[in-house]
Structures are given as C-alpha cells and as structure tokens.
Design a protein around this ligand. Structure first.
Ligand code: SF4
Length: 346
C-alpha cells in the first residue's frame, strides 16, 4: 500500500512574492519588501536574519496579517489570509506573536494570571476550551508549558516581582494559552542577560519538539540563529539574499553579506572580521543591479572584477530566491563563476 501523500502546505505559513510599499512623508515610495518567498512549517524553526532595515520585521508583521502586502500573498494552511476582523481573529488563534521586550510588553498593573488569560478572554475562551478545561486550568497549563512551575504560585504575582527570564516566559505562556500551531518571535532574547538567553532558546526548541510548533524567529544575531534554527533566510534591503538549512548556509555561506555578518559573530573566531561600509540604503532608493553592490566587499576588493562579474554586479538584478525547504540558494553573481569551496575565501 502506498504511503498517504503529505500535503506540503498543511499547517504551513507561507509568503508568496510579498511586496510591501509605503509612502514616506516626502511622498516617495519605499519598498520595505521587494518580492519575498518563505515558508515556515509545523515542527521547524525558521530564522529571518539581517541588519536593522533589512525588512525582517516587516516580513514577520506581514505574515501575521498586521501589514497588508502591496502585492503577493500570505497563506496559512494553504489558504490566503482573510483580512476581515473575523478572519484575522481566527488567524491569531493559530499563529501567535511573542514580543521582544517583556518588560514593556507586559502590563505592570496586570497579574501573571490576567496577562496569560487576556488572549483567552479576547477569543471568548474564558469559560472552557475544546477540551473542557476552565480558564484557570488553561492558564496553569500555559504557564507550565512555558516552564513556570508550580504555575499557581505565580498567578497573583506582578511583572515587577519577576526576573527578566520569568517575564519572557509569561509572554510565551500568553501566546501558548491559545494553543497555537505557530509562533512568531521577534528578537525573543535580545533584552535578556546572556545567562538566561540559552534557557529561553531551549524552551522554544522544546515547544517545537514536544508540541510540533512551527517557529519563525526574527533576529539580527547569527549566533542565535545557528543555535536554534533548522533553516535560515538572510535578508537585505527587502529581499532574501541567501537561504537554506542553517548548518549548510552558516558553515558554507556563499553570499558576501552572509559572510560579513558571520565574521563578526563573537563565537566564531576563525574568520577575519569584515566591516561593512555604510548603512543599508534607504528603501526609497534601492540600488540597481545587485542591491548589495554599494557595500559589497567582493566588489570593493576587486574579487568580482577578477572573476568577471563586476559589470553584472552593478547592472543585473538577481532572480528571487524560491521558498525551497531543502536547497541552499543565493542571490549573487559570484557562484556562477567561482566554485563553492572558494567562495569562503572571498
Ligand atoms: Fe557582491 Fe556582486 Fe555578489 Fe552582489 S552580485 S553580492 S555585488 S559579488
């Protein structure tokens, strides 16, 4: 008997050709996302990485329905997002966001119990859930899943009485209370001490493994992505410029931007630090050709010229990277001329 076919879209959150534009105060059109395809599947962690201004937070917000794309679409479970109030409410039950700074995200006047119960009440689940549990039982289960035990001992505590790690766990518990299928975590540990970061990352991995949660992590920290993500998408100026399985991309990066970001990760000391010149350009003025060319060390250092791609770098745009879950893709002209093993020396 043939094995039943697995639907690759089942439970997956997908961005398909997303473009997000907005008009600046001076009337210019800024393109915050410029054709992005990614997919997050149940039971896996996808990290979106890049500097501030790369578009990663806009992508996460758009995938959560908080921004409406100018073109392209977001699909969950194979169905395009429904932007009506009821459609977005239904999405929120299944896809929850974990905010980055628990200190400012938790209401200081709300007890832990009320903070975690808030989402349940908002969704009309205050009396019972599909399994017949009371609100208190759901809150206790969410706190326990977030590693806060015994949960009842925290019910009446206020945020100021908790450590930074406990506050972050309360935020995660608030997201878990609705029993979502997917979490979107924006810089989930950036406001925490190094000693607590590992605990919160381990918790996200436990939720992936034990509950089959899909997790989209937004981070500027490649070291963090290496520790937690199954797959990675490196973003620059509104596009994914390199993506693939984390180990493959970070052990053998092909894009000069990924190489530069990796070279300044403190835990990796075998790479000479590459300091990128300038800032990410204004999204109202995306450079022609390869959008990274004004800052590219391979172009500035003459390597692109030496292998004959320098003119293409400044004049020929690169194809969009597909949301392929297995392949290692890169948006750069160099790999057409240079063997993969030699790209690490660029
Ligand atoms: Fe650098 Fe050229 Fe590759 Fe762009 S295409 S990243 S400018 S080498």
């Amino acid at each position: 008997m043939n094995a039943p076919e697995v639907n690759p879209h089942s439970g997956a959150l997908e961005a398909d050709g997303l473009v997000v534009e907005f008009t600046t105060r001076s009337g210019d059109i800024a393109r915050a996302l410029d054709g992005v395809d990614v997919i997050v599947r149940p039971g896996e962690v996808l990290a979106l990485v890049g500097e501030s201004g790369s578009g990663k937070t806009t992508l996460a917000r758009t995938m959560l329905g908080l921004e409406r794309p100018t073109a392209g679409e977001v699909r969950f479970d194979g169905t395009p997002l429904n932007y009506s109030i009821s459609g977005l409410r239904a999405l929120r039950r299944r896809v929850q966001m974990v905010l980055q700074d628990a200190s400012s995200s938790l209401n200081p006047r709300h007890t832990v119990y009320d903070s975690v119960a808030e989402g349940l009440r908002l969704h009309g689940l205050d009396t019972s859930d599909p399994q017949g549990r009371t609100e208190a039982e759901q809150v206790a289960a969410a706190l326990a899943s977030a590693g806060l035990r015994p949960p009842e001992s925290l019910f009446l505590r206020y945020p100021y009485e908790l450590s930074g790690g406990q506050r972050q766990r309360v935020l995660i518990a608030g997201a878990l209370a609705l029993q979502p299928e997917l979490l979107i975590a924006d810089e989930p540990v950036s406001s925490l001490d190094a000693s607590i970061r590992g605990e919160i990352l381990a918790l996200l991995l436990k939720l992936r493994d034990q509950m089959g949660l899909g997790v989209l992590v937004v981070t500027h920290d490649l070291g963090l992505a290496w520790n937690i993500a199954d797959r990675i998408a490196v973003m620059y100026l509104g596009r994914v410029v390199e993506s693939g399985p984390t180990e493959e991309v970070l052990a053998r990066p092909k894009h000069p931007y990924t190489q530069a970001l990796l070279s300044v990760v403190p835990e990796i000391d075998e790479l000479a630090p590459v300091v990128l010149t300038g800032e990410i350009p204004d999204p109202t003025r995306i450079p022609g050709g390869c959008r990274f060319h004004p800052r590219c060390p391979a172009l500035q250092g003459g390597f692109a010229e030496a292998v004959g791609v320098a003119t293409m770098c400044t004049t020929v745009d690169l194809p969009l990277i597909p949301p392929d879950v297995d392949g290692h893709h890169v948006a750069c002209h160099l790999p057409q001329r240079v063997a993969t093993e030699d790209l690490a020396d660029v």
